[in-house]
Design a protein around this ligand. Structure first.
Ligand SMILES: NC(=O)c1ccc[n+]([C@@H]2O[C@H](COP(=O)([O-])OP(=O)(O)OC[C@H]3O[C@@H](n4cnc5c(N)ncnc54)[C@H](O)[C@@H]3O)[C@@H](O)[C@H]2O)c1
Length: 337
């Protein structure tokens, strides 16, 4: 704490730029340190935000005793290394999704969090997209009865999202975990835990990429809910995450890029089979709301809902789908963490 404000640092300044804005605008925070290995990007952000500490080495941020909270927005491969160093240095950590690309690393981070007193949040930012948050509230309130089928998709075109130095074009970066974790996490958040999955994949759109570019997975969720996730990283359409929630008393269709969600509910519509439109703000990368929620937990010392375990369970569910696809659709049990 300095000047009565939590001192924040951000590692990785592309997606991390949104984190810088979130801390800068938070009334209890000061953006005090930034890191990126790309000097030009580092300097541009240093000029924009006027931070005292700007370094190309994340250890300068992590080991600085003035820093209280760190966002990690480096490429997925570095999440474990950066998270563990920050936790060991006693910093609260907000890590971008996916937590990790494998479960061994996820478990190492869990062990560090459990040994420490720090707060840890996984940045599953879809939980802060207004349309999805409204859908979750409506389902929880029973507006569509008991869920029986849920679906979500991560439909993207990665030709324009290869990442700096093409880090996403890498066999280790399984798209179903890397991007698909958004859709898997959304369904876990709304429908409950996933136990088993069968998946099929193909590779027709991004021919020069070393990974399958389309995977469809069918999940078994708690309470006998069936779920479907489509992950396509080569589709010819604008990015969105169209998602549907089917209940015994109604249906919700929503996404993260539209100004409304659609609901057909026996309860609200006197039995008519029409969709009503409910307006929502469009904020599909609502990092500021995520940071506000994280800071509330730090300030009030309350549990983080989007916890390390949520991040790890989402990785486990996504990993199992990728494994099933490799086995030609054979059902795979999801490790319960
Ligand atoms: N929540 C979301 O919707 C969302 C969206 C995009 C990306 N992400 C996540 O954010 C992370 C970053 O993705 P991105 O799209 O910003 O990638 P990017 O390639 O656009 O940017 C990565 C940045 O990190 C820097 N960097 C690379 N290695 C580093 C290191 N060792 N130390 C410090 N900086 C380093 C790069 O120079 C670059 O500026 C990934 O984990 C990604 O999955 C999340």
């Amino acid at each position: 704490m300095k000047n009565n404000k939590y001192q924040a640092g951000v590692i990785g300044l592309s997606m991390g730029h949104g984190h810088c804005i979130g801390y800068r605008n938070h009334p209890n925070c000061e953006l005090a340190a930034i890191c990126d290995v790309d000097e030009a990007r580092l300097n541009a952000n240093k000029n924009e935000f006027g931070v005292a500490l700007a370094s190309t080495d994340y250890r300068d941020i992590v080991n600085n005793p003035d820093i209280d909270v760190i966002s990690i927005a480096s490429p997925d491969f570095f999440h474990a290394e950066h998270c563990i160093a920050a936790i060991r240095a006693g910093k609260h950590v907000l890590c971008e999704k996916p937590l990790t690309l494998d479960l061994a690393e996820a478990k190492q981070i869990i062990a560090e969090v459990e040994k420490s007193k720090v707060k840890f949040m996984i940045g599953q930012v879809c939980r802060y997209a207004p349309g999805f948050a409204l859908a979750k509230r409506l389902v929880d309130q029973g507006a569509i009865g008991e869920l029986y089928f849920v679906e979500s998709e991560y439909a993207h075109n990665y030709n324009s999202a290869k990442g700096v130095n093409n880090w996403r074009v890498d066999a280790r970066r399984e798209p179903f975990i890397g991007g698909g974790c958004h859709a898997v996490d959304l369904l876990r958040w709304i429908a409950g835990e996933a136990y088993e999955v069968s998946a099929f994949a193909n590779h027709k759109c991004l021919a020069d990429w070393p990974v399958n570019d389309c995977t469809i997975a069918i999940y078994k969720f708690a309470n006998n809910v069936i779920g479907k996730v489509l992950v396509s990283i080569g589709c010819v359409r604008p990015y969105t995450m169209r998602s549907c929630f089917y209940g015994t008393e109604g249906t919700i269709i929503c996404d993260n890029t539209s100004p409304d969600i659609k609901i057909c509910s026996k309860k609200f519509m006197a039995g008519r089979l029409d969709f009503a439109s409910m307006p929502v703000n469009i904020a599909n990368h609502n990092v500021s709301a995520e940071i506000a929620d994280f800071m509330k937990c730090i300030i009030n010392d309350t549990p983080v809902e989007t916890s390390i375990y949520e991040g790890a369970r989402t990785v486990a569910a996504a990993l199992a789908a990728a494994e099933s696809a490799k086995l030609g659709g054979q059902p795979v049990k999801i490790e319960q963490l």
